[in-house]
Design a protein around this ligand. Sequence first.
Ligand code: SD4
Length: 333
Amino acid sequence: MPQNRKQFLQKSLAGLAGFGGLGMRSLTQSDPKKGRLRSNQTQKPVVVSTWIHGIKANEVAWKVLSEGGSALDAVEFGVKTAEADPENQSVGLGGFPDREGRVTLDACIMNHEQQCGSVAFLEHIVHPISVARKVMEDTPHVMLVGAGALQFAESQGFERQNLLTEASEKAWRKWLEDSKYAPVINVENHDTIGMLALDEEGNLSGACTTSGAAYKMHGRVGDSPIIGAGLYLDNEVGGAVATGLGEAVIRSAGASVAVELMRQGYSPQEACDEVIARIIRKEKNPESLQVGVIALSKDGSVGGSAIHPGFNYALQSNVHANGMIDAPHLFDQ
Ligand code: SD4
């Protein structure tokens, strides 16, 4: 093993020990002290979402939750704020286009009954999350892509709109000057929005929506619409959402691994740490890519973790005013 890799792994182990004595456990090892998940009903409702745009999204979701609404409505209405915001250049309207100048959107949604819906490579529609919900509720399918997703959206009354704002077009034209594609770590601290909510009934739902990596290849789909990668939940256990380089999240089945770890008794924080540690171990260039994961357990506990500094998430509950939490990072430069 090259020395720098070895040193990194040693540091990684040491770093992980700081997070509740996590160490390098794997799915096949069990920790008898962890046992079953504890139930702590006092926390609900809870909403948690990625990045600073999560604050505004949480406000909307919290209104739904605090009035006794469902987690499903909360996450859909919550993330729509980011989709509709033209200033947000990584989600919905105003998102950075692909290398051909086309804004293509990915989104998925999942509810407490293990139902899910997803759209990928969808153009011209401001609210892909609502189309994803329609796929879940009104079709026998889970995922629609591209022209088929657009056709379905229009059949449901969604209207076409130009999503490429002047600012995003200008940025794309600048990018075209040398057309270099290099995924950038922590693009100005705003990114895909992923949201998880636990409602008064104790039910979980999650949503994830993005315009994906800026200047991606035409046709590229990231982790955000893929159930099990960008989002996963099991109402008996908890949920998780991811942000960052989608390819790395897909390769690690990030969100579903986090949920399965919680099922084994890991706290949400420990589960996120383990997913991130695994990505760091497996990816060839963890120093140059960012992934952040957040998780919410059935008992209302929350965790989040990232490869590099800069990833944060917004949390609101009965005992936590809507505010940002800086996630720990596990890659030691
Ligand atoms: C993607 N995970 O398309 C999304 C985008 C993102 O930081 O979260 N970028 O890969």
